[in-house]
Write a protein that binds this ligand. Structure first.
Ligand SMILES: Nc1nc2c(c(=O)[nH]1)N[C@H]1C(S)=C(S)[C@@H](COP(=O)(O)OP(=O)(O)OC[C@H]3O[C@@H](n4cnc5c(=O)[nH]c(N)nc54)[C@H](O)[C@@H]3O)O[C@H]1N2
Ligand SMILES: Nc1nc2c(c(=O)[nH]1)N[C@H]1C(S)=C(S)[C@@H](COP(=O)(O)OP(=O)(O)OC[C@H]3O[C@@H](n4cnc5c(=O)[nH]c(N)nc54)[C@H](O)[C@@H]3O)O[C@H]1N2
Ligand code: SF4
Ligand SMILES: [Mo]
Length: 727
């Protein structure tokens, strides 16, 4: 008798009639995978595949990238510019020209009445580098407001600030290839298999070839923790204590690299004095990791030939985010693990072009890692752009997270929001709602018109998205890669670059300044500004053609060089004036909202693999949304048992700010006194978060909040859920 599939119809793979494959780079996370999009006879994008020859992903894509071609005609795409005098009125369609005239007129009138800085501009990590550069030029050089920042303050600000404090400049010094050389890796608050699946795949490949210890520091047993040799379930917000204690053991046991410390760092004595207070017994009580584990990890790390640390939001999104990054850098400096193969401090960045905005947007200063605080940088850029250097402010203005309170207090009257969705992504949604309602004039420029922030806007500008545009992204390992316009702009949407250029025409300085029309011309302008021996951010050796041919190029890539550099600081020379890095003592202050009798659970927030941020994209894509269509919460089964809460039931989660209804998923991944809610869903996690700010980076502590859980009527909750999904 025959068993199996013999009699069944064979599986047929539909012929999509692809006639061309077009090169581009994924527009979700900062891994930077090269993608080819398949185009059929009708010119429609019908398939996505990884580029086999690309060094980053070597033919692989994750669940988001593999469906990215479906993005172009997802529901809710913006079709035409919209306007209304007051946000409570109905929108009416307007022409692009009218939109720009009105926008310029309103901005100018508000600036005249309340001062130049009363108009704020908030951007993103998700548009093209050429667009960032042009927006910066427009905002700093023509509109002239100093209240200009990006959503990167929610994301990478602590890494930027920590790199600057330790090394004298921003820029992740390592690369993915470091996995191939390292002898020990610690991951702090980074869940690679879900958030950077292809970086994880690179790590796994390296570990399969050559086993080395993987240590994961995370309060949850994440997917990465499940693959680790050691998991350190740290008490939230206490990484600085652990880092100080690791340094304590290393110095106490004489495991440091004294030669490296002497030759390449300043501040050793003060640093040593501070970490002396953080012996493992004292530290264990604060960070929840036992003293023997601290000693073991310190020894493993210091004795490894090459050791590296990676981190993401578990470190950055904290009241000690910047200090956490400095702590990681301290650890690597004292063990001589910077700039060597497998020895590095590698911040895993977030959005597809979080790096591009850091490098070129002028959000925190001037383009190409130049500073407003530096008179020579101001003079150089003013001359290059053809404007008076006195037009620039002498220090940076408000960070994104300080712009919203400034709207609240009436200092800021108008806001231009480009590719960010603060109604879902900022802490304390109710407060943000009230803040947006106070604006006199509010413009949202987004690829989707159904974004929550649009409800409060006077004007909506429909932007083209991802591979409807042409330009570059920079990934986590400083690799500049190409996005090519594989599809024409949707409906009457326009590339962000075109929008910036049109608005620029409405401002006085346009006559003196040059705003090139094409991305490639903008790139050539950026190349001019990047040239210089002392500058690490040098892209003058790149061209569009060369980038695409190589599947991306890393900076620095100087004029005449065939390839970019894999690592920074290889010679131990840092961008501080004396060429040395700083060892910085970090005093821990316990200032988080903590669980108590009234709010007994830590609320931790983050991400899942199938969704990206506020779901404007993945919420509408079949497979991505199918995996998790409902706002949910991870809860420990024992804790749920004690509260009489069942798996898959709805509960109300209450914090000091507000409440949210979620479905309970019971899992041992989460400790007894903690719950975890993915922040992707609107009117959910961020209704509850407090978001205390880091003093250096102004980044919110999204992951340390206190909540209680209440039982609710299941029928009503289910009905509300259905209604919410329908909206
Ligand atoms: N699928 C998917 N991938 C993404 C994104 C997405 O939305 N979806 N977003 C991209 C972006 S912009 C970013 S910034 C990255 C974020 O990437 P990750 O930072 O890896 O993701 P998160 O889930 O936000 O947080 C990581 C971990 O930090 C832990 N954590 C919480 N508190 C602490 C703490 O006090 N200490 C330590 N050590 N850990 C803590 C959490 O338990 C969580 O597991 O992902 C990028 N990739
Ligand atoms: N509780 C909690 N909150 C968090 C986090 C957390 O871990 N926990 N993480 C924080 C982090 S790390 C980040 S990065 C932020 C993200 O926060 P946001 O950036 O506010 O969230 P996104 O949903 O990515 O918003 C990007 C918007 O840009 C639009 N868009 C996409 N491509 C384009 C384009 O090419 N042009 C234009 N004009 N628009 C485009 C999208 O439709 C979307 O509306 O969230 C933060 N919020
Ligand atoms: S790992 Fe990141 S860059 Fe690569 S396909 Fe997935 S979302 Fe895109
Ligand atoms: Mo992020």
């Amino acid at each position: 008798m025959l068993f199996g599939r013999k009699k069944k119809n064979p599986i047929k793979i539909a012929d999509k009639e692809i006639v061309d494959w077009k090169y581009t780079t994924c527009g979700y996370c900062s891994t930077g995978c090269s993608i080819e999009v398949g185009i059929n006879k009708q010119g429609k994008a019908v398939s996505s595949r990884g580029v086999a020859s690309a060094d980053v992903n070597r033919g692989k894509l994750c669940v988001k990238g593999i469906f990215e071609h479906e993005l172009f005609d997802t529901a809710g795409r913006g079709e035409t510019p919209l306007y209304r005098d007051k946000y409570i009125e109905d929108f009416r369609e307007i022409s692009w020209d009218d939109a720009f005239d009105t926008m310029a007129e309103k901005f100018k009138a508000i600036q005249e009445k309340y001062g130049r800085d009363s108009v704020a501009v908030i951007s993103t990590g998700q548009i093209l580098t050429e667009e960032f550069y042009t927006l910066g030029k427009l905002t700093r050089g023509a509109i002239g407001t100093n209240n200009y920042d990006g959503n990167t303050t929610l994301c990478m600000a602590s890494a930027v600030s920590g790199y600057k404090r330790s090394f004298g400049a921003d820029g992740p010094p390592g690369c993915y290839e470091d996995f191939e050389h390292t002898d020990c890796l610690i991951a702090f608050g980074s869940n690679l298999p879900e958030q950077h699946p292809i970086i994880y795949w690179r790590l796994k490949e390296a570990m399969e070839k050559r086993k080395f210890p993987l240590i994961v520091v995370d309060p949850r047993v994440t997917m990465l923790a499940q693959f680790a040799d050691m998991h350190l379930p740290i008490t939230p917000g206490t990484d600085v204590v652990l880092l100080n204690s690791l340094a304590h053991v290393i110095l106490d046991e004489g495991l440091e690299d004294a030669e490296y410390i002497n030759a390449h760092t300043n501040g050793y004595e003060e640093f040593k004095a501070l970490v002396a207070d953080y012996d493992p017994i004292t530290a264990a009580k604060i960070c929840g990791i036992d003293e023997d584990t601290i000693r073991n990890v310190a020894r493993l790390y210091a004795k490894a030939g090459a050791a590296m640390s990676i981190w993401t939001m578990g470190i950055n999104q904290s009241t000690h985010g910047s200090d956490g990054v400095v702590g990681v850098n301290n650890l690597n400096l004292i063990t001589g693990n910077i700039g060597k193969p497998g020895g590095t401090s590698l911040s895993i960045t977030g959005q597809c072009n979080a790096m591009g905005t850091r490098e070129w947007s002028s959000c925190s200063g001037l383009p190409g890692y130049r500073y407003l605080e530096n008179p020579e940088d101001r003079a150089e850029i003013a001359e290059f752009w053809g404007i008076d250097k006195e037009f620039f402010p002498k220090k940076r203005g408000l960070f994104q997270t300080d712009i919203f309170p400034a709207i609240e207090t009436g200092q800021i009257k108008a806001l231009w929001l480009v590719a960010s969705n603060p109604m879902s992504s900022l802490p304390n949604t109710e407060r943000i709602r009230k803040t947006l309602e106070k604006l006199e004039f509010f413009v949202v420029q987004d690829a989707y018109s159904d974004v929550e922030s649009v409800h409060y806007a006077n004007m909506y500008l429909p932007a083209s998205i991802w591979a409807e545009k042409n330009g570059c992204f920079t990934n986590t390992e400083r690799r500049v890669n190409r996005i090519t316009n594989v599809q024409p702009p949707y409906a009457n949407s326009k590339p962000d670059l075109w929008i910036f250029n049109q608005l620029a025409k409405r401002f006085n300085h346009y006559q003196q300044m040059n705003f090139p029309e094409t991305s490639e011309e903008v790139f050539e302008e950026m190349k001019q500004l990047s040239k210089g021996k002392e500058r690490n951010l040098d892209i003058s050796g790149m061209s569009y053609e060369k980038i695409e041919k190589n599947g991306g190029l890393q900076w620095p890539c100087r004029e005449g060089e065939e390839q970019g550099a894999q690592r920074l600081y290889v010679d131990g020379k840092f961008p501080y004036a004396d060429g040395k890095a700083k060892l910085i003592p970090l005093l821990f202050a316990d200032n988080n909202e903590r669980p108590d009798n009234e709010f007994p659970f830590w609320l931790n927030t983050g991400r899942v693999v199938e969704h990206f941020h506020t779901r404007t994209r993945t919420g509408k894509m079949g497979n991505c949304n199918k995996y998790s269509p409902t706002p949910y919460m991870e809860m420990n089964p024992d804790a749920a048992d004690d509260q009489g809460i069942e798996h898959m039931s709805y509960v109300r989660v209450v914090s000091r700010r507000s409440d949210a209804v979620v479905m309970v998923q019971l899992t041992q991944r989460i400790p007894y006194n903690m719950v975890f809610i993915p922040f992707h869903f609107h009117d959910c996690a961020n209704r509850l978060t407090l978001g205390l700010l880091d003093p250096y980076s102004r980044q919110p502590a999204f992951k340390q909040n206190a909540v209680r859980i209440e039982k609710i009527d299941q029928k009503e909750a289910a009905q509300r859920n259905v209604e919410a999904r329908a909206f």
